[in-house]
Design a protein around this ligand. Structure first.
Ligand SMILES: C[S@@+](CC[C@H](N)C(=O)[O-])C[C@H]1O[C@@H](n2cnc3c(N)ncnc32)[C@H](O)[C@@H]1O
Length: 250
């Protein structure tokens, strides 16, 4: 599998520094984790470490993994700089058991990470691999910005607009896949450069998650449309899934 973030990783945080997450995302995660007595959490698509930092600062024991060695390298630097020494592993989330022999109270896979897998078989393999690394009734949390509503928005979006840098998304989709062409434009005297990264996501919406998660052995599947815990609907800007791992059969 190709690492789409091999080069992108080193500029990824032009979105904003890793502490610049949405405050209501932190409140949401803390609420569901405290309701379930969660202590140990794996972020299995940790990227540059944004959520690891947030969760570690909230007092959880955290582990990170990601398919991309470059993302892991950037996360390592980001976290060390901020005084956190968090175990980080290069690992494909379809095969977590190859890297982890422990299990977790919760696994998170956030911000459009699972949809990097394109086939039903790969998606089920990943969801089962996550389930196998969860303690009894452990929680899986998945989030994404792709929703029924956001798929109707104009195809060009300026996501970062600074005097020295612009990041533009050019989006296209059919029934099954959404492609985001990320255009990075550095336009300062120090750095004059343009880069393009093309990320193809499998479109997974509320009913897809309910079906796949049931098949993979999860229960109590909830789909929210924002971090205030409103139910997902056609006007939602986010799709947030929380599910519990069914206890293993003997
Ligand atoms: C859009 S980024 C999101 C990163 C991070 N979760 C965040 O919220 O900023 C998607 C991440 O998923 C990772 N990823 C994609 N496919 C993966 C796989 N099969 N196993 C593990 N990580 C994967 C990528 O390397 C990338 O770091």
């Amino acid at each position: 599998m190709k690492d789409l973030y091999e080069k992108f990783a080193y500029d990824y945080d032009e979105f904003g520094a890793i502490e610049e997450y949405l405050g209501d995302e932190k409140t949401f995660l803390n609420k569901i984790f405290s309701e379930h007595g969660v202590n140990n959490i794996l972020d299995c698509a940790c990227g540059t470490g944004q959520h690891l930092l947030m969760l570690a600062q909230s007092g959880y024991n955290v582990w990170g993994s990601d398919y991309s060695n470059s993302m892991i390298e950037v996360a390592h630097k980001n976290l060390q700089m901020r005084g956190y020494n968090i175990p980080l592993h290069q690992c494909d989330f379809r095969f977590l058991e190859q890297e982890f022999d422990i299990t977790f109270d919760a696994i998170v896979c956030l911000t459009n990470s699972l949809p990097h897998l394109h086939t039903e078989e790969d998606l089920l393999t990943a969801l089962r691999s996550m389930k196998n690394r969860l303690n009894k009734n452990g929680l899986l949390v998945l989030t994404q910005g792709t929703t029924h509503f956001t798929l109707t928005l104009p195809s060009i979006e300026v996501v970062v607009n600074r005097s020295d840098f612009s990041r533009v998304f050019v989006k296209e989709h059919n029934n099954l896949f959404q492609t985001i062409h990320v255009l990075d434009l550095f336009h300062s005297p120090q750095r004059l450069e343009s880069n393009q990264y093309d990320i193809v996501y499998r479109i997974l919406l509320d009913e897809d998650y309910k079906r796949l998660l049931s098949q993979a052995g999860y229960t109590n599947i909830r789909v929210y449309g924002d971090y205030n815990m409103n139910s997902y609907n056609e006007n939602s800007w986010r799709l947030i899934v929380v599910a519990e791992a069914l206890p293993k059969c003997r």
